[in-house]
Write a protein that binds this ligand. Structure first.
Ligand code: PRP
Ligand code: URA
Length: 208
């Protein structure tokens, strides 16, 4: 099991300050989430496997390397969709899996409602996307479902993690590396991350 990577990156944190602000409009919220996603891509992909190849430059043949595909991005609906576009902008060759999970606001357990995955799941590097890791129930469930369908190489990317979510996800899936932009203090009695972002799905889609 590797320790979760918490970025605390100066540029991402500058966006985080804007994203956390309660008066941030859905339009701006979506834009900041997308920009944070793009800034996280190099960290989320830094150890992806590559294979060597040669390319003819105008002067000579260069030995270089390219990504060893396939690569699958898997946003957890809905809020994970907010991260998808930023990842796809830099990784346009990726396929996309969708997992629909809605957290029951009383029990705080995730209720599955949709699953659609590309083939080749078992060979692919799968990057699961969700801005919020709160209790860790949704991320754990999504990863269990992907493993059930054959996924073997997974990583999880979120914007804000709570210590409770990190513990749960690590104990349920110790093989899955976790990358978060920020680690927050904890959860309130309703399972919301403090200080957090509020309800990320509602803020991305303007459904508050
Ligand atoms: C939010 C969030 C995560 C989940 C995190 O989704 O996007 O998927 O809650 O909470 P957890 O770690 O306690 O499971 P939600 O179920 O509210 O659905 P939404 O994305 O449609 O808003
Ligand atoms: N889901 C969210 O969108 N926000 C939280 O703080 C916790 C779960």
């Amino acid at each position: 099991m590797s320790a979760p990577q918490i970025l605390n990156h100066p540029v991402i944190d500058d966006y985080m300050a804007k994203l956390r602000y309660k008066e941030c409009s859905p339009e701006d919220f979506r834009r900041f989430v997308r920009q944070i996603a793009m800034l996280m891509v190099p960290y989320a992909t830094s150890n992806l496997p590559t294979r060597s190849c040669s390319v003819d430059t105008p002067l000579e043949t260069a030995s270089t390397r390219v990504l060893d595909e396939p690569l699958i991005l898997c946003p957890i609906l809905r809020a994970g969709l907010g991260l998808l576009d930023g990842f796809l902008t830099l990784l346009p060759q990726a396929s996309v899996a969708h997992i629909g999970l809605a957290r029951n606001e009383e029990t705080l357990t995730p209720e599955p409602y949709y699953f659609n995955c590309p083939s080749r799941l078992s060979e692919a590097e799968v990057i699961v996307l969700d801005p919020m890791l709160a209790t860790g129930g949704s991320a754990s469930e999504a990863i269990s479902e992907l493993k059930k369908h054959g996924a073997k190489k997974l990583r999880f990317v979120c914007i804000v993690a709570a210590p409770e979510g990190l513990d749960t996800l690590q104990s349920n899936h110790p093989d899955v590396p976790i990358l978060a932009a920020n680690l927050d203090r904890g959860l309130n009695e309703h399972g919301y991350i403090l200080p957090g972002l509020g309800d990320a799905g509602d803020r991305i889609f303007g459904t508050e």
